[in-house]
Design a protein around this ligand. Structure first.
Ligand code: F6P
Length: 322
C-alpha cells in the first residue's frame, strides 16, 4: 500500500474534518502518499483530486462541514459513472480508498469495491446515526446537542405563552436524533418513524397533561419522508382536540457547527483505524466503534442490515414527562 485517497460523501456531518485530519496524519506517519477527492463521488468521476500533507489539515479539527466538499452523486449510481471513477483511481495509482459518509455512500462503495480491485474502508459520518456496525456515527453527538439547544430555547417561549410546540428534527427514516434530543429536552412526546404516529394517542396524552395542570408542552417529531410533516400533525391535533400550537422545523441548522469533543474523539479514533486497517489488509468494510472497541463490519452489512433503535428511550421520555 503506497497511495491512498479520501473523500466525504452524502450529507455533511460535524466531525468529518476531524476525521480527514486523522486519516491524513495517520497516513503520512506511515509514509503513505495521500490525495483528497473533492465533492465525493462526483470529484472521483471528474478526477478532482488534490495532494494532501500534514499541513493541509492544520486547524480544521474544530470546523463543521467538510473541507473536501460533498455531493449526492446520481452519476456514480450508474455503471458508466463508476467506470469513469475507476479510470481515475488507476490513473493516480491509488491502492486504498477511504470513504466518509452514511448508508448511501456505503451502498455506492460496496459496488465500487466489487468492480475496482482497490482496498476500500468506510467511516460512518452522518448526523442520522442510522449505520449498522457502529454505536455512534460521527456528527450525531453534535447534531443532538444542536437540536437540544433549540428545544431549550423553545421551552422558554412555550412556557411564557402557555403553548404547545412541535419541534421537527432531522433523521431521514430514523428517529435517533428525535429520541435522544427529545429525552434530553424533556419532551412531552417523541414521534419517530419506527413507531407509527397515532393522533388519538397523542391527543389523549396532551389532554391528560394539560388536564393535570401543564401549561405548555413540546412534542419532538422526527422528519418523515419529507420535511414539514409536523405541520400536518399540528393541524390534526387542532382538529381533534382543539389545541393551538406552533411548529418549528430545525432543518439544516443541525448539520452545521463545530463538532463536540465526543465527535472529535470518535472521528480521530476511526480515522486512524482506517489507515491501520488498510495496512493490515482490510478492505470492503467499515470501521466503527462498538461497546468502546474498534470494529470492522462488511460494507454491505452497514446499509443492508438495520441498526435497532432503543425503543425504551422513548418509553423513558414519556414516563418522565408530565
Ligand atoms: O442524512 C443526513 C440528512 O441531514 C438527513 O437527516 C436529512 O433527511 C437529509 O440529510 C437532508 O438531505 P439534503 O441535505 O440533501 O436536503
Amino acid at each position: 500500500m503506497k497511495k491512498i485517497a479520501i473523500l466525504t460523501s452524502g450529507g455533511d456531518a460535524p466531525g468529518m474534518n476531524s476525521c480527514i485530519r486523522a486519516v491524513v496524519r495517520a497516513a503520512t506517519s506511515e509514509n503513505l502518499e495521500i490525495f483528497g477527492i473533492r465533492r465525493g463521488y462526483e470529484g472521483l468521476i471528474n478526477g478532482d483530486l488534490i495532494h494532501m500533507d500534514r499541513r493541509s489539515v492544520a486547524n480544521i479539527i474544530h470546523l463543521g462541514g467538510t473541507i473536501l466538499g460533498t455531493a449526492r452523486s446520481a452519476e456514480f449510481r450508474t455503471k458508466e459513472g463508476r467506470t469513469l471513477a475507476i479510470k481515475v483511481l488507476r490513473q493516480y495509482g491509488i491502492d486504498g480508498l477511504v470513504l466518509i459518509g452514511g448508508d448511501g455512500t456505503f451502498r455506492g462503495g460496496t459496488q465500487l469495491a466489487l468492480e475496482c480491485g482497490v482496498a476500500i474502508i468506510g467511516v460512518p459520518g452522518t448526523i442520522d446515526n442510522d449505520v449498522y456496525g457502529t454505536d455512534f456515527t460521527i456528527g450525531f453527538d453534535t447534531a443532538i446537542n444542536t437540536a437540544l439547544e433549540s428545544i431549550d430555547r423553545i421551552r422558554d417561549t412555550a412556557l411564557s405563552h402557555d403553548r404547545l410546540f412541535f419541534v421537527e428534527v432531522m433523521g431521514r427514516h430514523t428517529g435517533y436524533i428525535a429520541l435522544e434530543s427529545g429525552l434530553a429536552g424533556g419532551a412531552e412526546e417523541v414521534l419517530i418513524p419506527e413507531i407509527p404516529t397515532s393522533i388519538d394517542e397523542l391527543c389523549d396524552r396532551l389532554l391528560n397533561s394539560f388536564g393535570a395542570g401543564k401549561r405548555s408542552a413540546i412534542v419532538v417529531v422526527a422528519e418523515g419522508e419529507q420535511a414539514g410533516d409536523s405541520f400536518r400533525i399540528a393541524r390534526e391535533v387542532k382538529e381533534k382536540c382543539g389545541y393551538e400550537s406552533r411548529v418549528c422545523i430545525l432543518g439544516h441548522v443541525q448539520r452545521g457547527g463545530s463538532p463536540t469533543a465526543r465527535d472529535r474523539v470518535l472521528a480521530s479514533k476511526l480515522g486512524a483505524a482506517t489507515v491501520s486497517g488498510l495496512l493490515n489488509g482490510k478492505s470492503g468494510c467499515m470501521v466503527g466503534e462498538m461497546c468502546g472497541e474498534i470494529a470492522y463490519t462488511p460494507l454491505e452489512d452497514t446499509w443492508n442490515k438495520k441498526k435497532e433503535l432503543n425503543h425504551s428511550l422513548r418509553e423513558l421520555a414519556l414516563l418522565l414527562a408530565g
